[in-house]
Design a protein around this ligand. Structure first.
Ligand code: ASP
Length: 322
């Protein structure tokens, strides 16, 4: 990525608005947006776009925080969390799913083929295998090496993804950090004006076995409401769950806040609960409203998001509190 593609500081929600549009978290969202745009630009459905989009980082073994190649839990197991939601409040989620490269597609099948919304662990795996997904080893040599290194101290301290720790495609996937945590959350508004979202992650590196973060929790890591818009989250999931972050942002937008103002208010609520903790961690929110306006806010500098519509294909630095 060149510096030219990054806009620092404030980015007005209304500029470059309209739809179809797709937004997603972090720099690697740009490649994911390209896959989503393939569908959106041909008047395809937002739901198909977000699924296709987030499958890109899920399959990217150099991305150590999503899907295949993700960093494992402290027992060396790669456990994945994902959820998806469409314009009719239909949603599906998998939590703590092992051995399946594309948890987002399993989440979609949970939504479309079962009477349930969430499947976890062994049950989610059995469902995936019964539906033709392949059982694979998701622990890559690089992730295993990082885990074995971590085992030497076994110090669990999920730190903020601050500026110098940004993921850079093609470069060391873990620049300067053994605790990187970068979920992809994606929101798309299609040519028909319908919104959908997807969120997928390997969760916090070296988490306890069985830990589930915000990402597959409808309302926390992702929420969309076709009357209002959608929101998604990245960062330390425990803090996002406490404030039911994505749902909070959608409700704030319903009350008239811009996407950026709504995201900022959610971040401020995290700070209010525990100001000292908020200084040490990263949480970033991204939102899109029904006009195609988008905005983000985060605790620490360093959170970026990618936007693709007919005017732009870029990565933007989110504003931050600190
Ligand atoms: N939110 C994710 C989790 O807590 C991690 C991340 O976004 O990096 O599992």
């Amino acid at each position: 990525m060149t510096g030219k593609q990054l806009f620092a500081g404030s980015f007005p929600d209304a500029s470059n608005a309209g739809y179809p549009v797709v937004v997603s978290t972090w720099d690697f969202g740009k490649a994911a947006n390209a896959a989503a745009w393939e569908i959106l630009s041909r008047s395809g459905r937002a739901l198909d776009a977000v699924e296709a989009g987030v499958r890109i980082p899920e399959a990217d073994e150099t991305n150590q925080s999503v899907g295949y190649g993700g960093l494992p839990d402290r027992d060396g197991r790669v456990t994945l969390d994902a959820c998806i939601m469409d314009e009719k409040y239909n949603c599906g989620s998998v939590m703590c799913l092992e051995h399946i490269k594309h948890p987002i597609s399993v989440a979609r099948l949970v939504m479309e083929k079962t009477p349930h919304i969430i499947l976890t662990g062994e049950g989610a795996l059995r469902f995936a295998l019964a539906n033709g997904f392949k059982k694979e080893n998701l622990l890559t040599p690089a992730a295993e090496k990082a885990w074995r290194e971590w085992l030497k101290t076994s110090e669990y301290k999920p730190v903020a993804n601050i500026e110098n720790q940004l993921y850079q495609p093609g470069k060391d996937p873990m620049p300067g950090s053994k605790d990187n945590h970068d979920t992809i959350g994606m929101l798309a508004l299609d040519a028909q004006g319908n919104i959908s979202g997807a969120c997928t992650t390997s969760g916090l590196a070296y988490k306890m076995q069985g830990r589930v973060g915000d990402s597959p929790v409808i309302g926390a890591g992702l929420y969309v409401d076709n009357e209002v818009g959608g929101a998604t989250a990245t960062g330390v999931g425990e803090e996002v769950i406490r404030i039911v972050g994505a749902h909070l942002i959608v409700e704030l937008m319903r009350q008239g806040r811009s996407p950026q103002a709504a995201c900022r208010e959610a971040v401020e609520r995290i700070i209010k609960r525990n100001p000292a903790r908020a200084k040490e961690i990263q949480v970033g929110f991204l939102a899109l409203n029904k006009k195609g306006e988008y905005g983000a806010y985060c605790l620490q500098k360093g959170f970026t998001y990618a936007v693709r519509n007919q005017h732009t294909d870029t990565v933007i630095h989110s504003n931050s509190i600190y």
